[in-house]
Write a protein that binds this ligand. Sequence first.
Ligand code: ARG
Length: 265
Amino acid sequence: MKTFLMCEPRYFEVSYVINPWMTGNQGLVNMELAAKQWKNFHDILSSKASIRLIEPVAGLPDMVFTANGGLVCRDHEVIVSSFRYPERQAESPYFSKFFEDSGYRIRRLNSDIKFEGAGDALYDSNGQVWVGYGHRSDVEALDEIAAILHTRVNGLTLVDPRWYHLDTAFCPLANGYVIAYEKAFSSQSVNKIKNEFSDKIIWVSDQDANNFACNAVNIGNDVILNKASDELKVALSKHKFSVIEVDVSEFIKAGGACKCLTLEL
Ligand code: ARG
């Protein structure tokens, strides 16, 4: 059974702008609705996986996006994130403490390299690692991650500030499939994705990308996401995946959806 780390949205709000989705949304989160949406997502996820919780911290509204806490490696090791923006940097000690208390060996990248954890680093079903860089994580992170994981790392260049984390535009699924949004990537990176996943790529439309359809949690055949078009549901069902829609609109105001609200342990 998969295990995910989540963080209750007790202090969630949009109080600063560090990605384009947050623009114009300062002070506009409906806290009650956010709490309801999070709980609904938590309950659905906990019927399919086991959930651990990290205590939220006042003044760190984006801590709900646990995907950015770090990248969990094999053997109870974790690369703790070094956040790009000061607004989120204070989260790292809390995530480190959680991992330490849970018996993980903490790894860090060289001090000036930025890396935002599982928001920018995703394993595919063959165990290969895909790292997105260009906005939050530095290209220099790739070699260091490869050295820690003892494996090759595939880099993908993110070219559009709306798709600032890899998990906003790319979601490896079971059995070698992947959901992806072409416009988020440089043409070289699009070719890399095509070469690797060929006929197992499910490209999404602008509309699905804007609804954070790539920001999905895959458990077995289930693909849990904010919202998918009928077209995307059909494409996924052709490959035996079924979509579970979970409305997380309040979190999209901060630029994150289902996958960002989880960190696979
Ligand atoms: N407001 C947060 C930020 O800009 C959202 C993070 C979303 N997380 C993710 N893994 N895509 O950092």
